[in-house]
Design a protein around this ligand. Structure first.
Ligand code: SF4
Length: 491
């Protein structure tokens, strides 16, 4: 679903530079926990997961329209942030594999590079998995670094060509953050992912803001997590929700485990060294230090977050939470809960995930979870806010304390820019997730020391985040044209 800054009504005749409107334009759509927490592959939800889904949908459209056999080639045009940093984020690989019919939740990460090598050497790809077409990357995957489509900074145009190079079909899609994709017409198209929600309808607790959520909790006597579960039961049984949610947790835990076991370098010219495995060995070997250093727990939280984000940077299997770039924060804080909090259990994991989702959905509906729209405050900032509220919940917080924790988690990320060095989701992203996780733990602790009363509401901080993102220069919004990206020399 688009954030409220997505404007399908804006004319294509407007200037090509992107201007973010701050006023909401009235999108309101039911989103499930499982639309927010999606199994995907790295390194980016907006630049890898979204483009793969869009390409998959275009190929399916050609098939459904009976056009597949006439297609000789497909030209993919990537605009705005996708044009500027898509190369480093693997957008080119994602669209090629998406055109072949793959989706982020079912593609085997180990299959990616071998299949790409075949496409490149044969100069052919299998459109929708069956129809061979020509594919010469420099002709058929084009990066428009300085141009944006009018409706969103992450725009894509897919053009199907026949043997005479005439256009058979053309579609535009927008990757609006967190793996959500919408068509030019404003339709959400990413619900084709396996197990995603297919229907809309009236939820028992249709909250659209933090204030709504608190009011509904007070009126119903439900916790935030229980209220979310009631909404999820609109789509599937409580048992199915539990099974799926614990399955998502398993994928998060597997990413931590895998990240802790792999040495070497991350992809890309910077040759960034993977650090999680070495840190893991250090912490295991020197566990006695934990008895003398009361903050050694932070080393572990850092480890969990970095392990996930190194996996993400390497194109591995992770969960968008709410994005790939910020995928390490929630698993790190959830590991903190399961490893360091006495009495932690699977019910607590469920409470954590449902509470985090409730908070994330408010951001998705009222602001943005896209670094290309609002900077990193919309990615690591939102993940920190979600994790802070979720941790407060499993530590026994009231709905008011949970809302307070979520607010603190964002308040102190306001203005955080997105300036990935080399256009890769590595620096500052990997360490930033560790910082986001630690900040979330502190936010939960601060909120739990109070009674839930506070000056800045979650809704106010979300509105402020959105306005700050609108004021932020484009060079700080996932274009790698400002900040660290221009002050750190790639070697
Ligand atoms: S700086 Fe933040 S928003 Fe930008 S790519 Fe990295 S994690 Fe994502």
């Amino acid at each position: 679903m688009p954030g409220k800054n997505f404007n399908p009504t804006r004319s294509c005749h407007e200037p090509k530079h992107h201007v973010l409107p701050v006023q909401p334009i009235g999108f309101s759509m039911n989103i499930s926990t499982f639309d927010l927490f999606k199994v995907g592959i790295g390194p980016s939800s907006s630049h890898t997961v979204g483009p793969m889904i869009a390409a998959n949908r275009f190929a399916a459209y050609l098939h459904d329209a009976g056009l597949l056999d006439a297609v000789h080639a497909v030209r993919v045009e990537l605009y705005g942030s996708l044009g500027a940093t898509g190369k480093g984020h693997g957008s080119d690989k994602a669209v090629l594999l998406g055109l072949e019919g793959n989706l982020p939740d079912n593609i085997d990460p180990d299959h990616v590079e071998p299949r790409l090598a075949e496409i490149r050497s044969s100069k052919k790809l299998l459109l929708n998995g069956s129809h061979a077409i020509g594919c010469v990357e420099k002709e058929h995957v084009l990066f428009f670094r300085r141009e944006a489509l009018p409706q969103h900074p992450n725009g894509m145009r897919f053009v199907a060509l026949d043997a005479a190079a005439s256009v058979i079909a053309e579609k535009e899609y927008y990757s609006v953050g967190g793996g959500f994709v919408v068509s030019k017409e404003g339709q959400r198209v990413n619900l084709v992912q396996a197990g995603s929600v297919q229907s809309e309808g009236d939820l028992p607790y249709p909250f659209h803001s933090g204030d709504d959520l608190l009011r509904m909790c007070a009126e119903s006597g439900l916790t935030i997590a229980a209220l979310m579960m009631e909404n999820e039961k609109h789509w599937r049984s409580a048992e199915e929700v539990r099974t799926k949610l614990l399955g998502i947790w398993d994928v998060m835990a597997a990413a931590v485990k895998r990240g802790c076991s792999i040495d070497g370098e991350l992809p890309g010219p910077m040759r960034v060294k993977r650090r999680a495995s070495e840190l893991y060995r250090q912490l295991k070997e020197r566990s006695e230090e934990s008895f003398t250093d009361p903050l050694s727990m932070l080393d572990w939280v850092n480890l969990y977050a970095m392990a996930v984000n190194e996996e993400n940077a390497a194109g591995g299997r992770i969960v968008t939470a709410p994005t790939n770039g910020a995928a390490g924060v929630l698993p790190a804080v959830l590991h903190y809960y399961t490893k360091f909090i006495p009495g932690s259990n699977k019910d607590g994991v469920m409470t954590f995930m449902l509470t985090a989702a409730a908070i994330g959905l408010i951001y998705k509906e009222n602001a943005s979870i896209s670094g290309a729209e609002v900077g990193c405050q919309g990615e690591v900032g939102v993940a920190c806010s979600m994790a802070a509220g979720a941790l407060a919940a499993v530590l026994g917080g009231t709905p008011e304390q949970i809302e307070n924790a979520a607010e603190i988690g964002m308040e102190h990320n306001l203005g955080m820019t997105c300036d990935p060095v080399g256009g890769l989701v590595q620096i500052p992203c990997i360490e930033r997730n560790a910082m986001g996780a630690v900040k979330a733990i502190n936010a939960a602790r601060m909120a739990l020391r109070g009674n839930g009363k506070h000056y800045v509401s979650l809704d106010n901080v979300i509105k402020t985040m959105m306005q700050t993102g609108a004021d932020m220069k484009t060079k700080y919004k996932e274009t790698s044209r400002g900040g660290l990206a221009v002050n750190v020399i790639e070697c």
